[in-house]
Design a protein around this ligand. Sequence first.
Ligand SMILES: C[S@@+](CC[C@H](N)C(=O)[O-])C[C@H]1O[C@@H](n2cnc3c(N)ncnc32)[C@H](O)[C@@H]1O
Length: 285
Amino acid sequence: MLKRILAKFIYFVIVKYPHKTYNFYCYLVENHKELILKVFEIGTNQHAGWRRELTEIISNPKNPWQITETTMHYGILPQQTLSPWLLDKEFMRTYAQIRGSTCIDRYRCYELWALAKQINGIEGDILEVGVWKGGSGSVIAKAQPNKKIFLADTFAGVVKSGPNDPCYKNNEHADTTESEVISLMKQLDIENYEILSGIYPDETGRNGPKKISLLHCDVDVYGSSKDIIDYCLPMLSLGSIIVFDDYGFFGCEGVTKYCDELRSNKSFHFIHNLNGHAIFIKIQD
Ligand SMILES: C[S@@+](CC[C@H](N)C(=O)[O-])C[C@H]1O[C@@H](n2cnc3c(N)ncnc32)[C@H](O)[C@@H]1O
């Protein structure tokens, strides 16, 4: 009886708040896998169907939720399971050390790691705008020791939010300092970096890279994304890669909108990686 009431309650919460449930589910899968496994076990032994039914509700395209007029969402749960990071000891060691200093999940961190390893033959330095506590920046720096990485952040939080950004109001993620990033780099023995402290490009652009092979743009809002790309476009080498974080994320509609606009620029191939990365590869000037 109690179980049935609980099941009905969970069902109600999922149907009523699909995006919140989905975010919570992703959090559990990422941080408490053992708990999910336990639920799986219960699902197979005693309540076959429970788990399947719940995931089907979240990931059923018939149960989408809409944030803006042009964006539809439903829970995407990839079916493939290949996880090369588990065999990559250096990545796993690095990720374990930076885990508390990043908002980015293991899958996106591994993608940055794998992309950074592929840019040896591409001219230019690396630029990350949106460093926060230094997590993703150190993953990239560690993966690509042959290049210098510029780490640009206001260290005072998000700037340039506007009407395209329903959640961000400026100053979010201000809970960090330049010295926190420096000490993380020291802990990881990373020396191939330079910090640009201030709004990029307005205050620090001229001190940054002159040629770019990889740009990681993780700034949460439309205005900053646009200004960064407008400024960096002439510096991007042929074959260079731009990785936008937050593409398709609930609350980061401004970033999704900006990436969708950039898709009309014929200098790039666009890849919508379903993990929340939008990737642009420069194919012509
Ligand atoms: C989500 S956090 C970055 C997270 C980080 N990449 C990680 O590993 O978790 C976004 C950061 O972007 C920074 N930011 C936003 N717009 C900026 C701009 N135009 N110039 C410099 N920093 C900016 C904010 O200060 C904030 O620290």
